[in-house]
Write a protein that binds this ligand. Structure first.
Ligand SMILES: [Cu+2]
Length: 168
């Protein structure tokens, strides 16, 4: 029944169109609600099968005249997203979960390997290099901001903490 097939494919196109419009609408709404916080260079390290957590990094600029604070994050790629800091324990670098990152007024904070980072916990699937996934950041004052995270090859950037520093 070709007519029915055709209708079905039209419905499929419409569904994709609506989904895309919804995503764009959500991203736009988030931008509008957070005009003071700018996020760029969002990336995550690719993971291998069986790896349950992966690191994520972003650069956050607070353009407001008052301080703000990153208080949480979430992503459909992971069961939960934690905010982590690295610190020295003797001469071993370890990570620990923290409840937020302060963003000074007019300041820039970079989450990067070896420093503050996001941890995607209980990954639903390995993060594959070359793919992208959505991430929502929540700020105390600026509200929520939706960004897209690019997955990059492990070990590409410098200053990567030793694997034994990552105890989850
Ligand atoms: Cu971590």
């Amino acid at each position: 029944m070709p007519a029915m097939e055709y209708q079905r494919s039209l419905a499929g196109v419409a569904a994709v169109w609506i989904a895309a419009g919804g995503l764009l609408g959500a991203a736009f709404a988030a931008e509008v609600r957070s005009p003071t916080v700018q996020v760029d260079s969002a990336w995550a390290r690719a993971t291998v099968a069986g790896q349950r957590a992966g690191g994520g990094y972003v650069r956050i600029e607070n353009r407001a005249a008052t301080a703000d604070r990153l208080i949480s994050a979430r992503s459909p790629a992971a069961e939960r997203v934690e905010i982590h800091a690295m610190s020295m324990d003797g001469d071993v670098m370890r990570m620990r979960q923290i409840d937020g990152i302060d963003l000074p007024a007019g300041g820039m904070v970079e989450l990067k390997p070896g420093g503050f980072h996001l941890m995607f916990m209980e990954l639903k699937a390995p993060l594959q290099a070359g793919t992208r996934f959505p991430l929502t950041l929540r700020f105390e004052k600026a509200g929520e901001l939706a960004v897209t995270v690019a997955v990059e090859t492990p070990g590409a950037p410098a200053s990567v903490p030793r694997p034994d520093a990552h105890r989850h």
